[in-house]
Write a protein that binds this ligand. Structure first.
Ligand code: GRG
Length: 303
C-alpha cells in the first residue's frame, strides 16, 4: 500500500478523534461565561489539519508501541491545539495581521469582537496548562507531567513561539538575512512542533538519547513545514478564503522564497525533510513508520 494513502487515512481518522476530545475539553460544569465558552469553542472547532496533536499521539506511539499511550497522551494533544488556536486568534487581530478569515471562516474577532477574541485566546492558553495537568491522573509519572509543563511554557512563551512572533513583528520589512528569518521560523513555528513530538515521546517513556534525536527531528521538520508554508503562501492557497492571492514580493513579506528563490526553497524543504528523517532513525524507536510517513506527507502537502 502507498505510504501517503496510509497517512491521509490515518490523519483524518486521528483528527476526528482529537476533535471529539476537544469538544469536551472545557468541563460543562465550570462557571465559564457562555459567550466566552462559545468564542473559545468557535475557533477550537473550526477545523484545521490538527497536525500538532496528531504528532503528540504519533510520537507517543512511536516510542511505546500502538495504542498503549493513546489515552494518556490525548490531554496533551488537546493542550497543544489550544495553544496553537489561541496563537491564531491573536495573530488575526487588527493589532497583528488583521485577517478577516481563518480556516475558511470569519476570524474570532469578526464574530465576537476584539475584546472577546483576546479573552478567548487567553482562556485557551491557560486551559492548555490545565489539560496537561490531567495526564498525571492518567498514569503519567508526575515528574514527566512536570517536564511537559515546563517544556510547554518555554516553547510556547517568550523564549519560544511568542518570542518568534515578537521577532517577526519587530523585524517587519527589516528582515534581511537568512539567519534572522530562520530564528523567526524556528521559534514561531518549529517550537510548537518540537513540543508536540517531545511531549508525546516523554509520555511514551523516551530515554534522554531518544528525546535528543526526536528534538532534532522535530526542529528540522518544523522548519521544513514553515518553508513549505511560505511556498504555499506565494503560489496561493485556495483554502485560505478571504485572502487575495498575492505574491510575498507585493506584500513586502520576507519569506524563504523571497530571500533564496522558489527553486532553492523547494530544494530546502526536501533537504530538511531528508535530514529530519535521518535524525529520527537515530532515535531507534520501536515504531517510527508513522512519523516518517508524516514527514513525507508534510513535504508534499498543498494546504
Ligand atoms: C500571536 C503569540 C502569537 C503567535 C502567533 C501561529 C502564529 C504565531 C502566527 C500565524 C501565522 C503563521 C504563518 C504562523 C506560522 C505557523 C503556521 C504555519 C501556522 C498555521 O498552522 P497550520 O498550517 O494551521 O497547522 P491549521 O489551520 O491547519 O491548524
Amino acid at each position: 500500500m502507498n505510504a501517503s494513502v496510509v497517512t491521509a487515512d490515518y490523519l483524518s481518522r486521528t483528527a476526528y478523534e482529537i476533535e471529539q476530545a476537544l469538544r469536551t475539553s472545557v468541563p460543562q460544569e465550570w462557571p465559564v461565561p457562555a459567550k466566552l465558552r462559545e468564542a473559545m469553542l468557535y475557533s477550537l472547532e473550526a477545523g484545521g489539519k490538527r497536525l500538532r496533536p496528531i504528532l503528540v499521539l504519533a510520537a507517543a506511539e512511536a516510542v511505546r508501541g500502538e495504542g498503549s499511550t493513546y489515552e494518556a497522551a490525548m490531554p496533551v494533544a488537546c493542550a497543544i491545539e489550544m495553544i496553537h488556536t489561541y496563537s491564531l486568534i491573536h495573530d488575526d487581530l487588527p493589532a497583528m495581521d488583521n485577517d478577516d478569515y481563518r480556516r475558511g471562516k470569519p476570524t474570532n474577532h469578526k464574530v465576537f469582537g476584539e475584546a472577546m477574541a483576546i479573552l478567548a485566546g487567553d482562556g485557551l492558553l491557560s486551559h492548555a496548562f490545565y489539560a496537561v495537568s490531567q495526564t498525571a491522573s492518567l498514569g503519567v509519572p508526575s515528574e514527566v507531567a512536570l517536564a511537559i509543563v515546563s517544556d510547554l511554557a518555554k516553547l510556547s512563551g517568550a523564549s519560544g513561539m511568542v518570542g518568534g512572533q515578537a521577532a517577526d513583528i519587530l523585524g517587519e520589512q527589516g528582515v534581511t538575512s537568512l539567519t534572522e528569518l530562520e530564528y523567526i521560523h524556528l521559534h514561531k513555528t518549529s517550537d510548537l512542533i518540537v513540543f508536540s513530538i517531545t511531549s508525546g515521546a516523554r509520555i511514551g517513556g523516551a530515554t534522554p538519547e531518544q528525546l535528543a534525536a526526536l528534538e532534532e527531528f522535530a526542529r528540522k521538520l518544523g522548519l521544513a513545514f514553515q518553508v513549505r508554508d511560505d511556498i504555499l503562501d506565494l503560489v496561493g492557497d485556495e483554502t485560505k478564503l478571504g485572502k487575495p492571492v498575492q505574491s510575498d514580493v507585493q506584500q513586502q513579506k520576507v519569506t524563504y522564497p523571497f530571500i533564496i528563490g522558489m527553486e532553492q526553497s523547494l530544494e530546502l524543504v526536501k533537504r530538511l525533510t531528508k535530514e529530519s528523517k535521518e535524525a529520527l532513525r537515530q532515535a531507534n524507536l520501536s515504531m517510527p513508520e508513522k512519523l516518517l510517513s508524516i514527514a513525507d506527507y508534510l513535504m508534499n502537502r498543498d494546504h
